[in-house]
Design a protein around this ligand. Sequence first.
Ligand SMILES: [Zn+2]
Length: 196
Amino acid sequence: MPETLKRLIDIISFLPWIGDKTGAKLAFFLLKSNHAYVENFSRTLHELQTHVKECPSCHGMMDGDQTECTICRDSTRDTSLLCVVEDYLDMIAIERVGIFKGKYHVLGGSISPIHGVMPTNLTIAHLFERIEEMNIEEIILAMNPNIEGEATTLYITENIPKKEIKITRLSKWLPHTGLIEYADEITLLSAFKGRR
Ligand SMILES: [Zn+2]
């Protein structure tokens, strides 16, 4: 096998959820694809490292030449509502449904002592700073329905700096096996509407 093709298969197979067989299939797909597609693919991959950055306010993602992401910059959004999510993909899933018009905070994971993830490994300290600075009336803790999500919810609820703020959680509509990232729109809508 040509060295470059072998290297491409190795690179693709290294990605999560993709084994050697799928890696080889995708590599052959790219080999047979038209030049413009492969060129665009390669340029986008390269730009991913330089043109995409973490938003310093919410810890979501933003274009590298901006100072804040589009949601943080959007003055029409309700600053009295703050939705706390584990990962950027959860934020994307909630945005896709379009039910939430407040601001976000991305924790960068969930508390899991077994996996060595403690509150200090997440952006919780910055979340508390933002809570002190912002005029928030309600915080929606949109954690995933699992042990780590529960631990994170508990930690934030117990340590929140302003005790008078209303804290809500997504309703139990989210199936226990499902993650927010993969929830369908109706499930997410119900979970948001039924929050308490
Ligand atoms: Zn942001």
